[in-house]
Design a protein around this ligand. Structure first.
Ligand SMILES: [Fe+2]
Length: 252
């Protein structure tokens, strides 16, 4: 007699994903690991899907795509754009699009592109804050960012907005250091391809897997981040690159 359980379809495990990551190819920040080093680390930590979202520049090509594929990772093209001085994550953007303001951002909306509000209520002029509710219809998901502790959590308002409007919440690290990877991520009920992942996020088939940072850990990350920003400021080649990209923010 064959047991019934043999005929049950085994439920696929959710995909482990982080859709907000920076690498050494970022023109704005001074990061110590390359895209390939990040992909290798993500693969070793069991990630299924990642997106490298460097500032103002896509870090995505056939070589990186193949490198990720060989390690079982789906690499999603992505960019962290600055729109009206606020950061916005655009995954798989259409080619050759300028995006100077939120009206232009509306033109990027299509099923094959996913737009995420990163760390929307974190302190700092680059966070969306009031621009989020004014432009909520432009976004597909809000980010729950890894940088928080049990006492200090700037994600709370994003959680409230997510609950109030039934908006998907994705867990991301916004990693600038490899140690940040894996502290907060998403678990997505999808197949491992771009269409399925985007559709699942839009349908809210995504959970945030997260742990608060210890205060010492938070302090260390903040300290390293400030030092990294200072190094980036005094780095002339990086600064030149940034000024060039700020003048002509073009997705290619
Ligand atoms: Fe970022």
């Amino acid at each position: 007699m064959v047991k019934e359980s043999i005929f049950r379809t085994k439920k696929a495990r959710p995909l482990k994903a982080d859709l907000h990551l920076h690498t050494a190819e970022d023109p704005l920040d001074r990061i110590r690991y390359t895209a390939k080093e990040l992909i290798s680390k993500a693969s070793a930590e069991g990630f299924d899907v990642i997106s490298i979202t460097n500032h103002h520049r896509m870090t995505f090509n056939q070589d990186l795509l193949s490198y990720a594929q060989e390690r079982g990772v789906l690499l999603v093209p992505g960019i962290e754009m600055t729109i009206q001085r606020r950061h916005v994550l655009v995954l798989n953007p259409p080619p050759y699009q300028k995006c100077a303001d939120f009206f232009s951002l509306s033109k990027l909306r299509r099923p094959e592109t996913l737009i995420i509000a990163p760390h929307p209520y974190f302190p700092g002029t680059y966070s969306l804050n009031g621009y989020l509710l004014k432009n909520l219809g432009l976004f597909d998901a809000l980010e729950y960012c890894h940088f928080y502790s049990p006492m200090i959590n700037f994600n709370q308002r994003a959680v409230e907005v997510s609950k109030s409007f039934g908006f998907p919440l994705v867990g991301n690290s916004d990693a600038h250091f490899l140690s940040q990877l894996g502290t907060t991520f998403s678990l997505i009920d999808a197949e491992k391809n771009l269409e399925s992942v985007f559709a699942a996020i839009r349908q809210n088939k995504v959970k945030v897997a997260t742990r608060p940072l210890k205060h010492l850990e938070m302090g260390t990350i903040a300290n390293r981040f400030i030092r990294m920003k200072l190094r980036a400021k005094i780095s002339k080649p990086k600064l030149k690159q940034y000024l060039r990209f700020r003048k002509r923010q073009v997705i290619s």
